[in-house]
Design a protein around this ligand. Structure first.
Ligand code: DX5
Ligand code: ZN
Length: 216
């Protein structure tokens, strides 16, 4: 069974509660919340007040993906705002600060995750393999929904699964970016345990069937 974490980035922000409740009704396992600062990525999305507001209207685990520069500054605030899983990018700071951020997240009882941009090799994750609960492999350049899936990320995903099996088998792999009916199976085949989908979920003619396919 694959965990489905639909991304609210493609939701109707004016009717966010309605869209979240619909995701919940249709069987979403988690909610993927993309936080962008206009610095680490060339887009600005939402921040702490919105995460807090979402926490108030859903019981689903919040899978918060921080695409922000030097996330150490904000990890405690996002855990307090309601994140259950908090992901930081390893490209966003020096290794010692990334390690410190992961420690702080876990110390607060939240699950900690790292993410790798498409050009970041699997080996860059080595210092963090035993310090996190999940690794998020980006299959598009972070920043925008609706981009095309980068098929050549699959060897990296597979490699990370093999590396984790040796030192931290309980750590799960999440794939984010361009996940749709054509690309979901290859992610699972290469070790993904969690799939994020934004535009494909919202565009699906039959959203119930889409959720069933992802979770199968
Ligand atoms: C992109 C975000 C994704 C985005 C995925 O930077 O991290 O979570 O919502 O959207 P789709 O599924 O449209 O690629
Ligand atoms: Zn994301």
């Amino acid at each position: 069974m694959t965990i489905f974490s639909p991304s609210i980035l493609s939701a109707d922000f004016v009717n966010l509660q309605r869209d979240i409740q619909e995701m919940e009704t249709r069987g979403a396992d988690w909610l993927h919340v993309d936080v962008m600062d206009g610095l680490f990525v060339p887009n600005i999305s939402i921040g702490l007040p919105v995460v807090k507001a979402i926490r108030g209207v859903t019981g689903l685990p919040l899978d918060v993906h921080l695409m922000i520069d030097r996330p150490l500054r904000y990890v405690e605030d996002f855990v307090k705002a309601g994140a259950d899983w908090l992901t930081i990018h390893i490209e966003a700071d020096q290794p010692q600060n990334t390690l410190e951020a992961l420690d702080r997240i876990r110390a607060m009882g939240c699950k900690a995750a790292i993410s790798l941009k498409p050009r970041t090799p699997a080996e860059a994750a080595i210092p963090y393999l035993t310090k996190c609960d999940m690794i998020l492999v980006m299959t598009v350049e972070p920043g925008f929904g609706g981009q095309s899936f980068l098929w050549d990320m699959m060897p990296k995903l597979k490699k990370l699964r093999q590396m984790l099996d040796e030192v931290n088998p309980g750590c799960i792999l999440e794939v984010d970016g361009g996940v749709d009916a054509n690309t979901q199976q290859v992610c699972k085949d290469n070790g993904a345990g969690v799939l994020v989908s934004g535009s494909a979920y919202f565009k699906a003619a039959d959203r119930d069937a889409f959720v069933r396919m992802i979770r199968a």
